[in-house]
Design a protein. Structure first.
Length: 179
C-alpha cells in the first residue's frame, strides 16, 4: 500500500475530491428477485456474472457532492505525496448509534492498493469516537469492488432499499458491529 495520511477534509480539498473519477467497472452484479404471494413475500439477491465488464456511473453527480458533503457529519481524506487520493464521507443520525458510510472513492491509478480499506478503518475509528456501535456501508448492486471490500472487512448484508438513489438504482446495505 502506498504511504498515506488520513485526516479530516478542509475547504481547499474539495475541488480535488470532486475531480476524482468516481465511476468503476464490474464483472458482477447482485440481481434482486421479488416474489409476492397472497400469504408470503420474499426478496432474494443472487450474484450474477455479467457477460462483459461494465462501466458503472457513480449514483451521485460529482457536482452535487459539495452540497451532500455539507450535510455529512464527517469527511476524511487520504493524502499521498501531498495529493488527495481518496475520501470517505460518514453520517450520523440515520439510525440510532450507527455511523453511515455514504461515499467512498479512490483515484483510479491507486485503486486496489489498500487505500479504501484504510479509509473504512479510519471511518470505523471516527465512528467509535462519536460513540456509535455499528457502521453501515451503502452500495449499488453492481459495485462488486465495494462488496468485496465490505466482505474483506467483516461487514455482512443487512438490507436494501429499492430506488434509493436519484437514478432509481437499488442500494444494498452492509453492516458491522463496532463493539
Amino acid at each position: 500500500m502506498p504511504e498515506i495520511q488520513i485526516r479530516p477534509a478542509i475547504a481547499t480539498d474539495i475541488p480535488n475530491l470532486i475531480s476524482i473519477d468516481h465511476h468503476y467497472t464490474s464483472e458482477y452484479a447482485w440481481q434482486m428477485d421479488l416474489v409476492l404471494e397472497e400469504t408470503q413475500m420474499a426478496v432474494n439477491f443472487r450474484q450474477i456474472h455479467l457477460p462483459r465488464s461494465v462501466k458503472v456511473e457513480y449514483p451521485r453527480a460529482p457536482q452535487s457532492l459539495l452540497v451532500d458533503w455539507n450535510k455529512r457529519s464527517g469527511l476524511l481524506i487520504a493524502i499521498h505525496e501531498e495529493e488527495a487520493v481518496g475520501y470517505i464521507s460518514v453520517m450520523l443520525n440515520i439510525a440510532p448509534a450507527t455511523t453511515w458510510i455514504t461515499d467512498l472513492a479512490v483515484i483510479r491509478r491507486l485503486r486496489r492498493q489498500g487505500i479504501a480499506s484504510a479509509l473504512v478503518l479510519a471511518g470505523q475509528d471516527w465512528a467509535r469516537q462519536h460513540k456509535t456501535y455499528r457502521i453501515v456501508m451503502e452500495m449499488q448492486p453492481k459495485n462488486y469492488p465495494a462488496y468485496s471490500l465490505a466482505q474483506k472487512l467483516g461487514f455482512t448484508f443487512c438490507g436494501y432499499n429499492d430506488q434509493y438513489y436519484a437514478n432509481h438504482d437499488i442500494t444494498l446495505f452492509f453492516a458491522k458491529s463496532l463493539g
